[in-house]
Design a protein around this ligand. Structure first.
Ligand SMILES: [Mg+2]
Length: 102
């Protein structure tokens, strides 16, 4: 793996998955879908930038940006139909399995 920076998060908090989902749902409720969709796009861009840096062997805050995107994805999941997402996930994992094993 390429060199990364900011791999160590400040210690202290330890939230359960349920607590994380609830905090993310609260963020969507407080700030609204549009705001959080724009924040998702922003965080995805930051992760993309970090991924390109890491792929080119440059220092990148890949881990921190991955955490940011995960937080925004959890928020997105709370806005969308989880059954539809799961159906797409299963379809795409099946396609990936074929590529990996083919
Ligand atoms: Mg970020």
């Amino acid at each position: 793996m390429a060199q990364t920076v900011n791999d160590q998060a400040p210690s202290g908090a330890s939230f359960t998955d349920d607590e994380i989902k609830e905090i993310c749902r609260s963020a969507v409720y407080k700030f609204g879908d549009r705001s959080q969709l724009l924040k998702l796009a922003e965080e995805c861009c930051e992760l993309a930038q970090a991924a390109i840096k890491a792929a080119n062997g440059l220092p990148a805050n890949l881990v921190e940006e991955a955490a940011d995107v995960k937080i925004m994805l959890i928020q997105l999941m709370s806005m969308l139909d989880s059954e539809l997402i799961e159906n797409w996930l299963q379809f795409k994992i099946g396609r990936l399995k074929t590529l990996v094993e083919g």
